[in-house]
Design a protein around this ligand. Sequence first.
Ligand code: HEM
Length: 442
Amino acid sequence: MKRLAPSPQGAFLTGHLHRLRRDVLGLMIDGARQCGDVVRFRVGPMVMHLVNHPDHVAHVLIRHRANYDKASRSSSALSLICGESLLTANGASWQRRRKLIQPMFHRTVVAGFIDTIADCTAIMLTDWQRKAQARQPVEAASEMMQLTFRIVGRCLFGADLEQEARAVEEAMHVLVTHTYGRWRSIVNAPPGWPTPANRRFAKALAEVDAIVARLIARQRANPPAQPNLLSMLMASQDAESGFTLSDAEVRNEAIAFLLAGHETTANALAWSLHLLDRHPQWADAIRSEFQQVCGDRLPAMADLAQLPQTLHVFEETLRLYPPIWAMERHVIADDEIGGFFIPRGSGLIISPYTLHRHPAFWDRPEDFLPERFERRDHPAYYPFGAGPRYCIGSEFALAEARVILPMILRHFEIEALPGHPIEPEPAITLRMKHGLPLKLRK
Ligand code: HEM
């Protein structure tokens, strides 16, 4: 007899659809609290399980990963933006891409990005100085999006995307909101139908496509002296398999990296600034640590290991507000997890947001306590995923945080606007629903 996992109370026809659309984070937290480490949700005719225990995560992402692929609803929605790419591919197609791209994210390559990260941050801070003098607040969530976009542009594509930063931020917002909207609806109009939402999506995608096409054309005309992700993708050939990427495939990877490489880090930085505003003693700790290590100079790769307090603040931010708040897999064949039946064809969710608040693994889970990361073993911590599909850009993101946060705090004291609401908005990444306007003091 197949044992079904427990399920929170839902509506007869639509199941948990209503709450999923209104408050998916609350639905998952309450589901885990009421039902335990395997929770069954029904969204209309679809069944989805949330697994909320490190053993179950290892089952899905490591031990039995061949049974859990990315032919999931979220991946197919994402494919509308970046087609088949490292983010969305499966099996041999994914493996070939990962093998090709992995060396471009080696620590030694990331070390070469530090100067660029610091330069881009310094340019942003010059603008912030002007705003501070004029007593104008900065919209920090949006500033972080534009900053990480420029960094990705220069580090991965060898291009100065200053002019495009604002337009891409808006276009990406449309793309991500549309994609997430499709994920949480039972019925969607086919992508080709000219509904207003599909038309907005197509227009935003055309803008991003045009920018990427320009980047590819520019590199083809003038191959850069210093290779970058894009030029390496264009020139790459796997020696063993002879696998190369067509132009369309290079475009898919480029868009996937634009998306994965800036939204995630930008949200994490914005959440860090929010938490640092609430916990100014940690802002002081970051300042004095940076002063001791770097003094007045810009940071270098070798310095980053000397900034543990900054790292712990960022790690704790990723615990409380993991940018990838849910990872979805499609179940290929019937399975059993924690004694419960997991049917083939259903969806499976691992939620870092929920796991990072699991009371069995975290003491005072709702509190901001960066010092907990002085200990390095945290079995229920998955901000970057696990197993072979572990985030390829994790070193890059951790380097960005340790350069950007101290550079901001060295120049300014930050203060939130009184009464401004702070609320997470789960789209593909965990955004700030109402942004983060900050007052700056020198
Ligand atoms: C704080 C920042 C970041 C977080 C929290 C984050 C989180 C994640 C997570 C959880 C996954 C695994 C998803 C899954 O298994 O379904 C992932 C995969 C990925 N990330 Fe990141 N990421 C961050 C930054 C970056 C950056 C900076 C880049 C690129 C420059 C990047 C590129 C990717 C790519 C391409 C994948 C897919 C890897 C694969 O499937 O082989 N990420 N990321």
